[in-house]
Design a protein around this ligand. Sequence first.
Ligand code: Z2T
Length: 833
Amino acid sequence: IEASIPEPQREAWLRHQAGGFKDQDGFEREVVRHVETTLARSLYNCDESAAYSATALAFRDRLILEWNRTQQRQTFADSKRVYYLSLEFLMGRALDNAMLNVGQKDLAKAGLSDLGFRIEDVIQQEHDAALGNGGLGRLAACFLDSLASLNYPAWGYGLRYRYGIFKQEIIDGYQVEVPDYWLDFNPWEFPRHDVTVDIQFYGNVEKKTNDAGKTVCHWEAGETVKAVAYDVPIPGYATPTTNNLRLWSSKAASGEFDFQKFNSGDYESSVADQQRAETISAVLYPNDNLDRGKELRLKQQYFWVAASLYDIVRRFKKTNRSWKEFPEQVAIQLNDTHPTLAIVELQRILIDLEGLEWDEAWNIVVNTFGYTNHTVLPEALEKWSVPLIQHLLPRHLQIIYDINLYFLQTVERQFPDDREILRDVSIIEESQPKMIRMAFLAIVGSHKVNGVAELHSDLIKTTIFKDFVRIFGPDKFTNVTNGITPRRWLHQANPRLSELIASKTGGHGFLTDLTALNKLELHVNDKAFRKEWAEIKYANKVRLAKHIKATTGVTVNPAALFDVQVKRIHEYKRQQMNIFGAIHRYLALKAMTPEERQKQLPRVSIFGGKAAPGYWMAKQIIHLINSVGAVVNNDKEIGDLLKVVFLEDYNVSKAEMIIPASDISEHISTAGTEASGTSNMKFVLNGGLIIGTCDGANIEITREIDESNIFLFGHLSEEVEELRHTHLYGEHVVDPKLAAVFAEIEKGTFGNPQDFAGMVSAVREHGDYYLVSDDFSSYVDSHAAVDEAYRDQEGWVTKCITSVARMGFFSSDRCINEYAEEIWNVEPLKVEA
Ligand code: Z2T
């Protein structure tokens, strides 16, 4: 709008507007042009990597045109927008997704083949965009896909980390972390050097009188850092809508300290300042479900939040509306408490910079924000120390105190004789030092709070947030059960299955309305269909077997039952119980006669996942898995009957290969600890069954697919507290089968028992907080039931097809529509196809 082409010249402009390629020939021409000019190579030195780069650039050109049109259309329509604030976006690869979403993968496949390449190999060249830890970050990525596919005017806001989640290597059975420098060649981002925001830190606050004679607070910065926008286009599936993900990168603010020092000869310290500024967006914190309270992390949070809000407010101001209309134009969703400072920042903008009265400003703030909680684990609930906030963000601390004061005053009026509730719900915890409870601040500053699966949403209302339900009433709290995008997690990851489903359900409509999968139930007895279904699973297992051979050297039989647990390594997710179970199976096999052994079902126990670098117990679990594998996989007596493998560097693109190859996957968290889980949905959607506890979304999956199609075991969340109490204060007897496993570990069968002493003593001596012993025998029984069911191959296939047919509920499209209706009050922007 500021610098557009004058009317008379627009016609010429429009005549020359790039069109992107339209057919295979046009695509090939673009690829060759990019190889020869953009990449400065030729047909004599074009390898797969160059073919990838050129293909990506050709598709990027295409995306960019729709992206521009989408932004123009959304600006012109001037309707309410959604802003999804997330510190993590676990995007994975972009090329395959872009080709499928714009409907030109077949064309590209033919074009690349004509130029001498296999599209699968070209796709594999891309480095994952891994700006996230696990479920929370991948959920944000699925949401972006659904928002665009459903034509919602929506932006994601995040940080452009120079280093994403570390690359995991397994060396001598131990995890080693290698930095993930992913920006060498990234065609999917567009630097916007003209879109920058100065972000201030430290300094002090002064009271000043403004032009209207009112006293206002003025925050004098101690340090300023520049935020530079990098935009990533997000194409919707089968729609022209291409939304924007804006990632902020930190740079030294020019003119601040660098040039002064440079001129005075202090070059080195100028460079040091520059590097310090760039450190803010340098690295993703690699913790999943853990808060470590580091100052740099707080700087990241404020940097990102302040830049995003400045951007959002700037866009709103261009519409010349009155402030009270802000919540009718803007919905901001907080992905966990990481962006909670946005609440304080918006209040600061409104009262300090825009001159609104407190109450009017606060109304706007509360109506703008929604907060999603992703965990009840106490160690993951964010708290920031008051002295730290005082130092870094002095004005924000004052505002937080005021928010708390007004909040507690209303609570006091509501519950006049209850002293305890004031202490319990105070945003400030009266500890030494005082701490700010970010979840409480997020609740007070939002109009809706949601959990991510039914059990989880009930739990937050009855445990960690129960007092807030009394204060605000139950309607402020709601549930939105997580979902996954069927585009990536079925169509892209499992193309053959997607085609087979399309052939039986009347086309690819299920990709935009996943409930259409229910038509599959009509074909469950169709012989040819069942046969092809089984063949596809087998082919996916063959592909995984090749990967296992290539990366671990272990030969596995693709006809064996593939038993998969891939997710972040965490005690609450109980990979330790899984590996103890594998040891139990090994001991049982060893105790059998050769005749008995011959009757057993071969099994491959497959693990994958990263441990946070500072999580000692998680690393010990990885080491035990590898140590058990080293023994079992080389035991001649056992042969194919049991293999144990750990796949290194589990990430989104590996998930796309592993998940379609699973027969049974493990979702076995201690009841009440896994908020939802989302890989459980991906496995079932790909025709695998699950063994799991009554936790998170497993419960709703069971409700949808029927309990006859899932292997549930273990104690219920209501029982957990009492069991933990008994372990500590009553008598605690370790399950005898588990005791035998411990005895074997302590005999040294899997290497030095000292290496695994922590895992054993956590159960035996330290109260077994995660109830491994309590659930062990039902876990083992449940695995026996899995074996039994798998022997009946026909029955197994029936279970798988029936389950897939009933998974329609778990699309992230359903999930996003629920957010849009119940929390954001936004509507899709209709587009002509
Ligand atoms: C995370 O991945 C999750 C929760 C967190 O709480 C943090 C991280 Cl990094 C602070 C996961 C949950 O553990 C998982 O159950 C859930 O499915 C996922 O978020 C998405 O909601």
